[in-house]
Ligand binder design. Structure first.
Ligand code: ADP
Ligand code: MG
Length: 618
């Protein structure tokens, strides 16, 4: 097994070309690289600063803004300004329904397990496409600053991201024209930035405390032989610097005897106060008193009061640290290092309380909002083979996955994964009473299986007859150190099981691997677009199946008029599916969904929602 790098310009194998590290954050994103002197540096594209706010604005004329310029529209044009898209990456509507009010833009509620979409004007965007816009901006900035094409990257994700969130991040990179060499955990990257884990001899246990704009997480990592293992993670996905800002605003409202409801109703004033509060909070990094005015409103605050006000929030993070330790079955004494990450750890009280809790000084000399990107750049440099001192473990050169609906490749073990490795995902059936499931295993980087290399195919037989969406089929891939892949499929409700073994490297030369990688890069954008059309079609067909099924079984619950109207929607949806126009299909799914939603509610029947649950294999 080998690691293959490709020069896009010449098509030849090479190791020199630059690989950047990207921190794709909820609030801010940035990109870093390793300079010829071997130092990691963040990219500060002239005049624009280092941090790119993770915000995208869609203008009336079809223009798209990303970053600081887009952020200004958060207050003036909230419906067309998308922020915090990372919260939606790889998530279904079910995953996010409890906090849907958080978003000021329209998140499509199709009451299903399929991935969420966002509607802006009359266009539909997936979180993957929106994240790709942010990544494109970062790529462009890097290219501008480095004066060289940037085609390869390492992108970081939170340690708690699941498979589908990681895959979505990879896809976003692909769509942005980047070859994503590896997805790295943010705490791992932050540790690398501090040089922790670079010595293959050392064994260490570290805590990484990350308090960003809207999210908090703490991870306990064990580093052994250069391998980072996440022992536990804990946190709160709705706790961060934004809360500190809100607390300050509330304090000023009280001190100025303002009516909170009136302030909130006055959008402009509310935003001015919020921005002023953030300014005050940041000012406490170097001064102890903040004293300004907005019109007649006194915005006065001293650092002591600020610290008192935010103490309960910081205590919440300390509780999470306790829980993380407990889950890792460790005591405070067993933690060797504590690393501070995220802009909000600039707050002195946060550093103090974390250091007190862990009973040791924390690592804080690097910029906390830059450490993740810096570490990602170091990881990129290691992958590029530029660090001879670091042992590079054997990796699998091509992704391994299975065929899903519409002939799509669903990656289970991504390429460049260290071996031995394992991966798995749960699937379900798409048709009522389906008793067999075809499992076809492929190798390659293309989104359509027909472009990839088939390794094996078998049938999982004897699934008990159940409604579509009910069976739970776990598919697990195990790639051992000798490169043997074991594929296991098991239906969890019945225990029906089957296993096969293949050797993915058998009968394939390095040149062929290289060619396959080249093709995947040349076709990346077309592939992702094709995939999105297929996914929309699959979702559309599933919707047709579900609605027709519903009408057939529960026709008595809907009026004749409603049936007629629904049939018209079905005709429209089917026609849209024929066209292969992704936006049109999604628009029709959305319409039929809006129209038929009351039927299901009326009926209080589980069937319709369960029938739509889960990804399915043909
Ligand atoms: P994320 O990882 O969520 O994308 P960041 O790590 O960039 O976010 O953190 C952004 C947060 O850091 C914001 O809430 C911002 O107000 C806060 N922040 C930035 N500088 C300071 C500072 N000097 N003091 C306190 N908070 C700060
Ligand atoms: Mg972050």
């Amino acid at each position: 097994m080998a690691k293959v790098s490709i020069n896009l310009a010449t098509g030849s194998l090479q190791k020199e070309d630059i690989i950047v590290g990207i921190d794709l954050g909820t609030t801010n994103s940035l990109v870093a690289f390793i300079n010829p002197e071997k130092q990691p540096l963040v990219i500060n594209d002239t005049g624009k600063g280092v941090l790119v706010p993770s915000v995208v604005h869609f203008g009336q004329t079809g223009d798209v803004l990303v970053g600081n310029e887009a952020k200004e529209y958060l207050t003036t044009d909230p419906q067309n300004t998308v922020f915090s898209v990372k919260r939606l990456l790889g998530r279904s509507y079910h995953d996010i329904e409890n906090y849907k009010d958080f978003f000021s833009y329209k998140v499509i509620d199709d009451d299903s397990e399929s991935l969420v979409k966002i509607k802006v004007g009359d266009k539909f965007y997936t979180p993957i496409e929106l994240s790709a816009l942010i990544l494109k901006e970062l790529k462009a900035r890097a290219e501008h600053a480095l004066k060289t094409p940037v085609n390869r990257a390492v992108i970081t994700v939170p340690a708690y991201f699941n498979d589908s969130q990681r895959q979505a991040t990879r896809d976003a990179g692909k769509l942005a024209g980047l070859d994503v060499l590896r997805i790295v955990n943010e705490p791992t990257a932050a540790s690398l930035a501090y040089g922790i884990g670079l010595d293959p001899e050392e064994t260490k246990t570290i805590a990484v405390y990350d308090l960003g704009g809207g999210t908090f997480d703490v991870s306990i990592l064990q580093i052994q032989n250069g391998i980072f293992e996440v022992l536990s993670t804990n946190g709160d996905t709705f706790l961060g610097g934004d809360d500190f800002d809100r607390i300050i605003v509330d304090y000023w409202i009280e001190k100025n005897n303002l009516n909170k409801a009136e302030v909130i109703a006055d959008n402009e004033l509310a935003q001015q106060l919020r921005l002023k509060a953030e300014e005050a909070k940041k000012a406490f990094s170097y001064q102890s008193l903040f004293n300004e005015k907005i019109g007649e409103i006194w915005c006065t605050l001293d650092r002591n009061t600020f610290e008192e006000l935010i103490t309960p929030k910081v205590l919440q993070t300390i509780t999470a640290c306790k829980n993380a330790l407990k889950d890792a079955k460790l005591t405070i004494k067993e933690i060797d290092e504590v690393v501070m990450v995220g802009g909000s750890t600039r707050t002195a009280l946060v550093k103090k309380m974390v250091a007190e809790f862990f009973e040791r000084p924390v690592h804080d000399n690097l910029n906390p909002d830059e450490v993740v990107a810096l570490g990602a750049a170091i990881q990129a440099d290691i992958l590029a083979g530029n660090r001879k001192d670091i042992l590079l473990l054997d990796v699998t050169p091509l992704s391994l996955g299975i065929e899903t609906m519409g002939g799509l490749m669903d990656v289970i073990i991504p390429r460049n994964s260290k071996v031995p490795t394992k991966g798995g995902r749960q699937y379900t059936t798409s048709i009522d009473g389906q008793v067999n499931m075809k499992i076809a295993v492929y190798q390659g980087e293309r989104d359509l299986i027909k472009e990839n290399r088939k390794l094996a195919e078998f049938n999982l037989k004897g699934i008990p007859s159940m409604p579509a969406g009910f069976p739970k089929v776990d598919i697990n891939f195990l790639l051992n150190a000798d490169g043997i892949l074991t594929i296991q499929a098991i239906e969890l409700r019945s225990g029906v099981k089957q296993e096969v073994e293949v050797k993915p490297t058998y009968g394939i030369t390095d040149d062929q691997v290289e060619q396959m990688l080249m093709d995947s890069i040349t076709h990346a954008k077309d592939d992702v677009s094709a995939r999105m059309v297929i996914e929309a079609r699959t979702e559309g067909n599933q919707m047709v199946y579900t609605v027709e099924n519903f009408l057939r079984k529960n026709g008595s619950y809907v009026t004749a008029e409603e049936t007629e109207q629904t049939n018209q929607y079905l005709v429209n949806l089917k026609a849209a599916i024929e066209t292969g126009d992704k936006d049109l299909i999604l628009k029709n799914i959305d319409e039929i969904n809006e129209f038929t939603r009351p039927f299901a509610e009326r009926l209080m029947d589980q069937a319709i929602s369960t029938a739509m649950r889960g990804k399915s294999i043909e």
